[in-house]
Design a protein around this ligand. Structure first.
Ligand code: GLU
Length: 287
C-alpha cells in the first residue's frame, strides 16, 4: 500500500486543473467545489492550473470563459495561476529524470501498429494494453531534439499490484500489465502526456491532496509508478463521483443543458449547483 504525504504539520495544498478544450459544466463545478471544501476544511490553499497542452484543442477563449464560470460557481483560488503550455522545459527535465532512471523507453509504433499488434479482445471501456513491441528495441539518437521527437513509454512492472487508499472510496487496487500497460509519458510532437505533466506539476506545486473525478482512478495507479520512479512522495487522492445526466450518461465537454453558462442563463444560482447535480441536471426540483 502506497503511503501518501498527508503532512501532519505541513500546509494542505490542493488544486483544480481544468483542460480548456470546452466550456465548464456541472461535473467540473461539483468536483472543483469539493476540492475547495476540502482545502478550506484543512485550512489550506487551492491552486488553479490550466492544463492547456493540447495545442489543437485548447482555445484562449475557453481559458477566459473557465475563469469566469468557475468564479461564478463560487470558486476562488490563489492569484498565481500555472499554465502547462509555458512549462515545457520542466516537463523535459522530468522526462530526463525518467530516462536516467531507465524506466522509460522510446517507441516508434503508430496507433495503427499498436491496434494491429493487439490480437486479444480487450475489456470494453479500457484502453488496449500496449503489446511491448518496442520494449527491447535499440534506438540511437543523433541529438536531443531527435530523442524528443519520438514517443516514450513507461515500462510497467508486469503483475505488480498497485494499491492505494482513496479518501472517498477507500482501498483501491490495480495490477500493472493487466489493468493498464506501458503508457505514454512523451509524445513525438514534443509534448508530455497527461500522466507525466500532471505528476510533474503536482510535484512542482507541492500538492498534498489531489481531488478529481473517479474516471481517473486507474490513472492514479500509473501516476504512483511515476512518483516512485522519480523518488517523489505522492499526494493523497480523493476521487469524486461523476455527474450523470437524466439519462444516466456521463457529461461530455459539450454538456448542453448541463453547461454552467446554460444553467446560469436558466436562472440557476451558484449555491444550488450541487442540488441540481443530484437531480441529474434538472434546474428545479419537482417540476
Ligand atoms: N486536466 C485534467 C482533466 O481535466 C485534470 C486531471 C487531474 O485533476 O489530474 O481531466
Amino acid at each position: 500500500m502506497v503511503k501518501s504525504k498527508r503532512r501532519i504539520f505541513g500546509e494542505y495544498v490542493g488544486r483544480v486543473a481544468p483542460t480548456p478544450t470546452g466550456l465548464m459544466h456541472l461535473g467540473h463545478a461539483c468536483t472543483f467545489l469539493e476540492a475547495q471544501r476540502r482545502a478550506r476544511a484543512a485550512g489550506g490553499k487551492l491552486l488553479l492550473r490550466i492544463e492547456d497542452l493540447d495545442q489543437a484543442r485548447c482555445k484562449p477563449e475557453f481559458v477566459e470563459a473557465l475563469a469566469e464560470d468557475l468564479a461564478w460557481a463560487g470558486l476562488s483560488w490563489e492569484p498565481e495561476v500555472l499554465r502547462q503550455s509555458e512549462r515545457l522545459a520542466w516537463f523535459r527535465e522530468v522526462l530526463g529524470r525518467l530516462r536516467e532512471a531507465g524506466v522509460v523507453y522510446p517507441c516508434s509504433c503508430s496507433r495503427k501498429d499498436v491496434a494491429e499488434a493487439i490480437r486479444a479482445p480487450h475489456v470494453e471501456g479500457q484502453e488496449p494494453l500496449y503489446p511491448g513491441t518496442c520494449r527491447e528495441r535499440e534506438f540511437v539518437f543523433g541529438s536531443e531534439a531527435e530523442a524528443l521527437a519520438i514517443n516514450w513509454r513507461f515500462r510497467v512492472p508486469d503483475g505488480e499490484a498497485i494499491a492505494f487508499e482513496d479518501g472517498r472510496l477507500g482501498a483501491q487496487h490495480f495490477v500493472a500489465g493487466r489493468d493498464f500497460g506501458d503508457f505514454l509519458v512523451w509524445r513525438k510532437d514534443g509534448f508530455p502526456s497527461y500522466e507525466l505533466a500532471v505528476v510533474a506539476d503536482d510535484v512542482a506545486q507541492g500538492i498534498t491532496e489531489v481531488v478529481r473525478g473517479e474516471d481517473l482512478l486507474a490513472s492514479t495507479a500509473r501516476q504512483l509508478l511515476l512518483y516512485r520512479a522519480l523518488g517523489e512522495e505522492p499526494p493523497a487522492f480523493y476521487h469524486c463521483p461523476l455527474i450523470l445526466d437524466t439519462e444516466g450518461k456521463r457529461l461530455a465537454k459539450r454538456a448542453g443543458a448541463m453547461g454552467l453558462r446554460e444553467l446560469r442563463a436558466g436562472g440557476a444560482r451558484p449555491e444550488e449547483l450541487e442540488e441540481i447535480a443530484k437531480r441529474g441536471g434538472r434546474l428545479r426540483g419537482g417540476a
